[in-house]
Design a protein around this ligand. Structure first.
Ligand code: PLP
Length: 423
């Protein structure tokens, strides 16, 4: 194409034009094949061109594609909310449907604040978060994100939310060894709550496994149990941002299930529509809904396309597909196989510093010096170059570095569709 009016991520870059997708592959108009080892942005969880999903879309389109949430609900949205309530742990029974992960985390933030208002505690308005994190690109979600590379242009507009360190064992912020660390990173939250004042804090948000900002940074075993206890002790809601990890990516419906905790609120996105339609959700427990149900009975948020029937039908079909084909059950074994295969590469390529993650969310961190763990200088753009070289040979990887502040190294994510097979 000679001329484009499409605003692309990099205006001068020539992006391949995709013709079609099938299973774990995408094919461009020149016929070149790409193995989608990142599921796009960790999104195409059941692969491309799945017939059942296309049929569900068509069936819904023949009935109705749009109803406005303030006037109607739809069979698809009602069924989806019910199925999500049954598929998630604890009493995460309420779903608020939106269109993107950013909207889902912002909605979670707003519901947390409203919960306390309706309980007569209007001063609880702050949301705390961690450095080396990403919760979305809209101003509220970016405020919560500890991602200097994505914040820097908009700093004057952003609230200062991130305050604590991530559970980043490979580069422990406290210079401890994982076996004897005493979970200082979790305990830092307790100190932060006391310093800032729990009476002013509505919630704490974290990604169960850090995605875009750090490359599948996975916490040690008891981290989330301690975090949840600290939140409960101070009467502060815990929001799990499962936009990347939810819908089976790590081998359970929610990643939090690995550590046996039920968050007060959860944000979902990406794999929920699996790339077939824009849909995301904020899940809310009974306890958090209670004062709102008894009080104003109105959640002060929403978008024109919230709970869109077409998108809801897609997400419902994705969930049914996952169930019918036992997709989530197989994720752990596939992830272990992939991780073990990647570990063999570590002996061949010394610049592979760390291989981590859970299920089919696997991160690889690159280092200039494997002994000292010295990162490559940022200006070398190692992450971006690795991703580009792989794409040139037909392999799609996801770049995952927060950049600029040196708090996270160069990393990529490998996250193929959960339906990938060995051969
Ligand atoms: N939260 C997490 C954990 C994410 O990984 C992302 C996107 O990468 C978002 C929120 C924002 O989602 P979206 O890009 O759909 O707005």
């Amino acid at each position: 194409m000679d001329r484009t009016y499409l605003i692309k991520p990099e205006l001068d870059e020539d992006y391949p034009v995709i013709d079609y997708g099938k299973g774990v592959y995408l094919f461009d108009i020149s016929g070149k094949r790409y193995l989608d080892a990142s599921s796009g942005a960790v999104t195409a969880n059941i692969g491309h061109g799945v017939e059942e999903i296309n049929e569900a879309m068509m069936d819904q389109a023949k009935k109705v594609s749009f109803v406005y949430r303030s006037q109607f609900t739809s069979v698809a949205a009602e069924k989806l909310a019910e199925k999500i309530a049954l598929s998630t742990p604890g009493d995460l029974n309420w779903s608020f449907f939106v269109n993107s992960g950013s909207e889902a985390t912002e909605t979670a933030m707003k519901i947390a604040i409203q919960h306390w208002q309706e309980k007569g505690r209007p001063l609880k308005t702050k949301i705390l978060s961690r450095w080396v994190s990403y919760h979305g690109i809209t101003i509220g979600a970016l405020s919560m994100s500890g991602h200097p590379g994505r914040r820097s242009r908009f700093v004057p507009l952003l609230a200062d939310f991130p305050v604590v360190s991530p559970p980043y064992c490979y580069r422990c912020p406290f210079n401890k060894e994982p076996k004897s660390c005493g979970y200082e990173c979790a305990k830092e939250l307790d100190v932060a709550f006391r310093r800032i004042g729990p009476e002013s804090i509505a919630g704490f948000i974290a990604e169960p496994i850090v995605g875009a900002a750090g490359g599948a940074i996975t916490p040690p075993k008891d981290y989330y149990r301690i975090i949840k206890e600290i939140c409960e002790k101070h009467d502060i809601l815990f929001i799990a941002d499962e936009v990347m990890t939810g819908f089976g990516r790590t081998g359970t419906m929610l990643a939090c299930e690995h550590w046996g905790i039920v968050p007060d609120l959860v944000s979902l996105g990406k794999g929920m529509g699996a790339g077939y339609a824009p849909i995301a959700a904020t899940l809310v427990t009974e306890r958090v809904m209670e004062p709102i149900k008894k009080g104003s009975k109105v959640i002060m948020s929403g978008h024109t396309l919230s709970a869109n029937p077409q998108s809801s039908a897609v997400a419902l079909a994705v969930l049914e597909y996952l169930e019918k084909n036992n997709v989530i059950e197989d994720v752990e074994a596939k992830g272990t196989y992939l991780k073990n295969s990647l570990k063999k590469l570590k002996t061949l390529f010394p610049f592979i510093g760390d291989i981590r993650g859970k299920g089919l969310l696997i991160g690889i961190e690159f280092v200039g010096n494997p002994k000292t763990k010295q990162s490559f200088p940022r200006e070398l753009n190692v992450t971006e170059r690795v991703v580009k070289m792989a794409k040139d040979v037909g392999l799609l990887l996801y770049p995952a570095t927060a950049g600029e502040d040196g708090k996270s190294g160069d990393a990529i994510i490998i996250s193929p569709p959960l339906t990938i097979t060995k051969r």
